[in-house]
Design a protein around this ligand. Structure first.
Ligand code: NAI
Length: 326
């Protein structure tokens, strides 16, 4: 099997090469993300292995089919960026890695939350300049605050446990509430109105795009913090920026951004960025933004590479695809 891995970074190569010891596949690592401009680079591949900022739409799928690709092996949990139904109609199934380390993402959401609430980025810059003043660095206890969890799947559940460890009161919303989960479920409006922290752990679907928008931001406490480690388009970024500027909410911690494709995972430090909303969000003192790195731990990368190659093996042997997106 020949696998072409798009949007490949050195850490992907390290982990895929290690996992591939057990399989011996030919893996080609390519820097560009998979999209209409790069799809022809899949020439000769049996499998393409895209990541979160690739765009696998019908046009890309037509090219992949033409080039003989038999499997789309996403190396992510999310699959909102692949037209998997169209791909399947063309005879190309899509597989993914449904779980690799929910801990990695949940822990990152708390890293962001703590950095924001305790103003760690400001404190870090100050002490590096030998400025030991504490003026403007007053934070807030998490203890006894309300943590609103939107989506109580694998990552949301780990986040609930972490929040409880801080002594927080946890409220949850999920259209499919989990049975036997020790958490207080409520509706989304109540969660948004009463939480001190609102953290998103749900997938991006057609129904929940911009679920955080001008109206829902208005409903939140003006001290509320929003944390998004799921998918950027869950939040209307322009509305969020306005809410931050007008101090309608306390702050925002984002690991994802709706227009992140082409920006995140690249070094733009010498050119700057053309996206004014993102640039302004980054400049806000009460916002912290990371470049979709919630998953980026050694444990998660190892699990991603191992499950991806297991998915490929199942396809190679014509077995049931355990992790097929349907
Ligand atoms: P999961 O499938 O285990 O859980 C998702 C939960 O969200 C389910 O309980 C589902 O019922 C619920 N849900 C669906 N629609 C909803 C809505 N409109 N409102 C509230 N809840 C809703 O997924 P998991 O593993 O917990 O991952 C969640 C998301 O995290 C992924 O879909 C992905 O977008 C994102 N993610 C981000 C990563 C990062 O590096 N920042 C890495 C991995 C995942």
């Amino acid at each position: 099997m020949k696998i072409v891995l798009f949007d490949a970074k050195n850490y992907d190569k390290k982990h895929f090469d290690a996992a591939n010891q057990a399989y011996g596949y030919e893996i080609i690592y390519l820097e560009p993300a998979l999209n209409r401009h790069s799809a022809l680079m899949a020439k000769g591949a049996d499998v393409v292995c895209p990541f979160v900022n690739c765009t696998i739409d019908s046009q890309v799928i037509d090219i992949l089919k033409e080039e003989g690709v038999k499997l789309i092996a996403m190396r992510s949990a999310g699959f909102n960026n692949v037209d998997y139904k169209y791909a399947l109609e063309q005879g190309i199934p899509t597989v993914r890695v449904p779980a690799y380390s929910p801990h990695a993402v949940a822990e990152h959401s708390f890293a962001l939350l703590l950095a924001l609430v305790r103003k760690l980025t400001h404190a870090y810059v100050r002490t590096r300049e030998f400025n030991f003043s504490l003026s403007g660095l007053v934070g807030m206890d998490l203890y006894e605050k309300t943590f609103g969890v939107v989506g109580t799947g694998k990552i949301g559940r780990v986040a609930i446990d972490i929040a409880k460890g801080f002594g927080m009161h946890v409220l949850a919303y999920d259209p499919y509430p989990a049975k036997n989960l020790d958490v207080e479920y409520t509706n989304l409006d109540t969660l948004l109105r009463t939480s001190d922290f609102i953290s998103l752990y749900c997938p991006l679907t057609k129904d929940n795009e911009h679920m955080i928008n001008e109206r829902t931001l208005d409903e939140m406490k003006n001290t509320a913090f929003i944390i998004n480690t799921s998918r950027g388009a869950l939040i209307d970024s322009d509305a969020l920026l306005e809410a931050l500027k007008e101090k309608k909410i306390g702050g925002a911690a984002l690991d994802v951004y709706e227009e992140e494709a082409g920006i995140f995972y690249t070094d733009q430090s010498s050119e700057g960025i053309a996206d004014d909303t993102l640039a302004r969000l980054i400049s806000m003192p009460n916002a912290i933004i990371t470049s979709h790195q919630g998953y980026l731990t050694e444990e998660a990368l190892r699990a991603i590479s191992e499950t991806t190659l297991k998915n490929v093996k199942e396809a190679e042997e014509g077995r049931t695809l355990t992790n097929q997106v349907k």
